[in-house]
Design a protein around this ligand. Structure first.
Ligand SMILES: Cc1ncc(COP(=O)(O)O)c(C=O)c1O
Length: 373
């Protein structure tokens, strides 16, 4: 006798289903580039950069090879280098920290208040030392950080702010989109993001023409004129195929985010009253709902229970950055970051995306109601 078939499988994210909705346009966009003779730094990138800058309220967008490169080049363009301290949350994807290390700077973790990686402004300011040069607020899960508070502290201590918006395409603070509110904003177009490419990709947006110029040089071997290299640059360019495909998806970003918002609202209502910490809603902010993350002290058992009901979940992230093996012996693991430690054991990302159907969401909700600690 075989075991009963599991309830309908609910994937964490159905990218194939999403792309099927715009198949003809995506095919045409990709083929248009393949049939042209411009595959790098061409018209599709120019057009996408113009549209992306406009969409996020920035003066310029500079397409690069990945979100990690967007952060690394962003820091370099803002003048952050060896020995500088950079304030970061520990509850984030490791790329936020890697970028700091790649420019030779020192990540200094400041503990967060909630799973949305927001800081208590007083804690942030208390972490500033004479060596602090930059701050990287992270709009984790798509929840916009209060950038006014961060910019205020940065202004008083002469720091630069590069916000990590890898998970926040379309997030807003009041009526202001994230993307043009700091010295520069780093984006990832990793396929699973709200605006995802078909491979790696990223961008930096900024309102400062000098920073944009420097980024265009840094992504292209440190060169602004062919075969003249003013500084040690990278090869990190968003290619024409990705730019053309991203333009197709950008035209639907708002609609996709509205569908994510509807999923989030449905979870909010259906899960209220359960023994779970639900995402906080901060008045006046519009999250991008990249992820819908709940918290439970029984996270691993809840996750196994959902899996047994055919529901796929993920954990963002199970190990805080300061406890990663690469820092063994540096003393970082001894830092007192109780919230980051706690979150890594409690957070659970439920299925989320524009294509999540109500009956699939019902299956998630029913399974969560059936969980017994
Ligand atoms: C918060 C955060 N920062 C940075 C990155 C790095 O982006 P990428 O994967 O495009 O390098 C990601 C995504 O992977 C992310 O979620």
């Amino acid at each position: 006798m075989t075991a009963a078939a599991p309830a309908p499988r609910v994937p964490f994210l159905d990218l194939a289903g999403l792309h099927a909705e715009m198949r003809a346009e995506l095919d045409a966009a990709a083929l248009g580039v393949l049939h042209s003779d411009r595959v790098l730094l061409g018209p599709s990138l120019d057009a996408f950069e113009t549209s992306w800058a406009a969409a996020v309220g920035a003066r310029s967008a500079v397409g690069v090879g990945s979100g990690l490169d967007a952060l690394s080049l962003g820091l370099r363009a803002l003048g952050v280098g060896p020995g500088d301290e950079v304030l970061v949350p520990s509850h984030t994807f490791v790329a936020t920290w890697l970028a700091v290390l790649h420019v030779g700077a020192v990540p200094v973790p400041v503990d967060v208040r909630s799973a949305a990686a927001d800081w208590d402004p007083a804690a942030l300011e208390a972490a500033v030392t004479p060596r602090t040069r930059a701050v990287i607020p992270v709009h984790l899960y798509g929840h916009p950080v209060d950038l006014d508070a961060v910019m205020d502290i940065a202004g008083r201590h002469d720091l630069v702010v590069l916000d990590d918006a890898a998970q926040a395409h379309g997030a807003r603070l009041g009526d202001r989109p994230v993307g043009g509110l700091t010295h520069a904003t780093a984006w990832s177009f990793y396929p699973g993001k709200n605006l995802g490419a078909f491979g790696d990709g990223g961008a930096v947006t900024t309102c400062d023409p000098g920073t944009a110029r420097r980024l265009r040089s840094l992504r292209n071997y440190g060169s602004s004129e062919k075969y003249r290299h003013d500084e040690v640059g990278w090869n990190s360019r968003l290619d024409e195929v990705q730019a053309a495909l991203l333009a197709v998806k950008l035209a639907r970003l708002e609609e996709h985010n509205a569908r994510r918002d509807a999923v989030a609202r449905r979870y909010d209502t259906a899960l209220a009253g359960l023994d779970l910490v639900l995402p906080e809603r901060v008045p006046g902010t519009t999250p991008a709902w990249h992820l819908y993350v709940v918290r439970s002290p029984h996270r691993d058992r809840v996750r196994a229970h959902l899996a047994s009901h055919g529901v796929e979940t993920l954990v963002h992230y199970p190990v805080p950055c300061h406890r990663q093996p690469m820092f063994a012996g540096t003393g970082l693991a001894d830092r007192h970051l109780p919230m980051a430690d706690r979150l890594s054991g409690e957070v659970l990302s439920l299925p989320m995306g524009p294509t999540l159907r109500p009956e699939q969401q019902d299956a998630v909700v029913e399974a969560l109601h059936a969980f017994r600690p």
